[in-house]
Design a protein around this ligand. Sequence first.
Ligand code: AHR
Length: 503
Amino acid sequence: MKAKITLHREFSIGEVDKRLYGSFVEHLGRCVYNGIYEPGHPQADEKGFRKDVIKLVNELNVPIVRYPGGNFVSGYDWEDGVGPVDKRPVRQELAWRTLESNKVGLNEFMDWCKRAKTDPMYAINLGSKGPDAARNIVEYSNFPKGTYWSDLRRSHGVADPHNIKLWCLGNEMDGPWQICHRSAEEYGKVALEAAKIMKWADPDIELVACGSSNARMPTFGSWEAEVLDHTYNHVDYISLHIYFANREDDTPNFLGRSLEMDSFIKTVAGICDYIKAKKRSKKQINLSFDEWNVWFHSNQQDRKIESWQEAPPLLEDVYTMEDALVVGCALITLLKNADRVKIACLAQLVNVIAPIMTENGGPAWRQTIYFPFMHASAFGRGTVLLGPVVSEKYDSKEYNDIPWLETVSVFNEEKNEIVIFAVNRSLDQKLNLETDLYDFGKLKVIEHITMHNSDLKAVNTSKEERVKPENVSGSKVENTGSSTKLEALLPPASWNVIRLGKE
Ligand code: AHR
């Protein structure tokens, strides 16, 4: 099979916002407790944070982490998680039917963020709580001193404000499963009032309004329009969430799911612009894809887990090779829409539908999906180049015209590097990729990284990394005048990163 890409240094759709490589830590299952935090573990630091987990997070280079939920946040009282740890209440956590000890709260999470070299994206509770609790936590975390909440923070041993810049106005408020779910009108009104007073408390913050929980929600479209009609002048982003599943074991269809993500993004961008026109506004609302991943492997197992335990092993999907391809296609889709998607969070970071897994008292290890995320985060920074792609296409049960080749390129001017990300969706055929590059000067191949496995269901464990990237030789370039021709071979069902630099 053959495919062709044409790239020119002026085919830029815009800069990648580094927050595209965000992730998510929810008080859910073993994400916080026995995930990032496990006092008594041989790798725990003086605060109880696992250093082996932090090392893997650092390797992923995650610039923002959404916290503390998720569905959890809609029943959460942030005040339970601050102050002396031994005085914090244990609560029934209604979203996931577990027990929440509150041993980790805002200040501990901020400590962890420093160690993980990341910034927080803090979600407030607009379910069981409301604007008042929201403006209080902004004052607690961002006001320097001399007020009730800022001095309370100081009395908790945190002299300097956290200066949290990015805030989510609740979580998935369109979903009937949400604690105190609201209609679009109810949510739009409460989100507006929360946004106003949060920004009055700190005008430097940015706010994300809740969009639809997924594009298959019955209210999708009308929800975004109504919420933005209320909040347009007071928020900066609207959220999108998507989870991919392969319940019918139909891999060609599963690999096409990123097309749905793409049209979801384009539709939401269109709705934002419709409200912009309606309001005769000059302001653009950008998108925050603040939950995305593959999630289905653990569904059956989770039904058997007893309620009201602390940190039960919920949502512990073990990812396959084909899941890594879907994650690769999703990363490419986010990059292809980098002009509009400024924030994205892989849900989640540790143990819960996560690239990083841990054993209680044991090792931390990398799932298959860890690698495409790591590559995109490491090499996908700069300007997104979107040129014509010629690839044959196929139809699946749910999607038409799925290109065999999924690809995007990023030009990093500082490093003088062009990086081609590519997935070969064909399960049985190699793909001969030809790329014509114009106006980049003489180029050479720095490396061609590929990840594939003849067993699409291959997984990693704490003992064995069956799925991991390798470097391949054989990709060659020919420089003639101001153009370069690259020829590369992509194995069947493979994730590829081809890095080109100055000769
Ligand atoms: O990430 C798991 C859950 O998925 C989150 O808590 C919720 O927001 C979404 O439905």
